[in-house]
Design a binder for this molecule. Structure first.
Ligand SMILES: NC(=O)c1ccc[n+]([C@@H]2O[C@H](COP(=O)([O-])OP(=O)(O)OC[C@H]3O[C@@H](n4cnc5c(N)ncnc54)[C@H](OP(=O)(O)O)[C@@H]3O)[C@@H](O)[C@H]2O)c1
Length: 309
């Protein structure tokens, strides 16, 4: 627990920055529930999978290969189903959607958790900036391919980040999704996380009138493998100031687990969440006109790189 977590008060949900996924699910029996988690082999996804299986849920966990998913999930000892998903490859995303559909189960919660951060140099996938493509386009294709498999009262949780506030000055640079005009490791990460948030808000709007919910989550700042592309000085800076603000993986996984399964989060939709409570996003993060434009641009990209799942 960091100093900041220790000093912060719990919010209206009764939970806060220092709540762990394990603590908030204490007493919950999730037997019979199916929770799908992308990026379940590492960091927050793995911690969420550990706690959810501990509470009896069946975790359908993805990793880039099925072997990697199996290796990560088997030691958890609970009910797990490993699935391959490479978000950067539409063919893999479509195959993954097909594998999940073939299970024939209703998905009680889908946590779009996988992600990459702060690639130092511009890298592209299918002509688009890699963080935008992986974090947003890959998950758009995956989640929209599975919405009808989500239970009638199921919950979709999309990992965003407080870094969405560091998006470019115009929010989403729809004229620079290739990154060719200019590129910044952190601004482009921020843009991809703003895209995750706007996707959650727009999908929630589109699912209005149903009981399916969609929310976006900032987990806090946690030292996971996500920092693998950061420079040495950036890593040292985080580790030195870590005791002040770094969350543990258990605290970091708490908000996505709260959003996905806790009775206190039932019925909440279209929101940005942090520290196991609804939170304020940036103005761009609430801009539904931008969300609609992003949806249209995303559909065009998806059509170009291989059509819907
Ligand atoms: N940690 C933080 O401080 C923090 C803060 C704000 C938001 N977040 C968000 O929280 C989420 C989880 O991050 P984390 O901290 O747990 O990071 P992590 O430990 O690096 O885990 C990320 C997961 O995403 C997977 N992944 C990456 N690229 C992928 C791809 N192309 N296709 C499929 N899977 C891919 C990784 O697989 P491999 O292991 O194979 O690479 C891994 O399983 C991310 O969306 C991140 O943006 C984290």
């Amino acid at each position: 627990m960091s100093l900041m977590s220790m000093l912060s008060k719990n919010g209206p949900s009764g939970f806060g920055a220092s709540t762990t996924a394990e603590a908030l699910t204490s007493g919950l029996d999730l037997t019979g529930r199916h929770v799908l988690i992308t990026g379940s082999n590492s960091g927050l996804g793995l911690e969420a999978a550990r706690v959810l299986t501990m509470r009896g849920a069946t975790v359908i966990g993805t990793a880039r290969t099925v072997e990697k998913a199996r290796e990560a999930l088997a030691p958890l000892g609970g009910k797990t189903i490993p699935i391959a998903l490479e978000l950067g490859e539409p063919d893999s995303v479509r195959a993954s959607v097909a594998s999940v559909r073939a299970l024939g189960v209703r998905i009680d919660a889908l946590i779009a958790n996988a992600g990459i951060m702060a690639l130092p140099k511009l890298e592209k996938l299918h002509g688009y900036e890699k963080q935008f493509f992986t974090n947003h386009i890959g998950h758009f294709l995956f989640v929209t391919g599975l919405v009808d498999q989500v239970a009638d009262d199921g919950r979709i949780v999309i990992l965003s980040s407080g870094a969405h506030k560091n998006a470019p000055a115009t929010g989403i640079e729809l004229d620079n999704l290739t990154g060719e005009l200019h590129y910044s490791a952190w601004k482009n990460y921020g843009q991809s996380k703003l895209a995750n948030l706007l996707f959650a808000r727009e999908l929630a709007r589109r699912l209005g009138g149903t009981k399916k919910t969609v929310n976006a989550v900032h987990p806090g700042v946690i030292a996971t493998n996500l920092g693998r592309h950061m420079g040495t000085m950036e890593r040292v800076g985080i580790l030195v100031s870590g005791p002040l603000f770094l969350k543990t993986p258990g605290e970091g996984a708490a908000t996505e687990v709260w959003a996905a399964v806790h009775p206190g989060a039932a019925g909440i939709t279209g929101q940005y969440m942090q520290d196991c409570n609804v939170a304020e996003s940036s103005a761009f993060g609430k801009d539904m006109a931008l969300a609609a434009k992003l949806w249209t641009a995303t559909e065009a990209i998806v059509a170009k790189v291989g059509g819907p799942a």
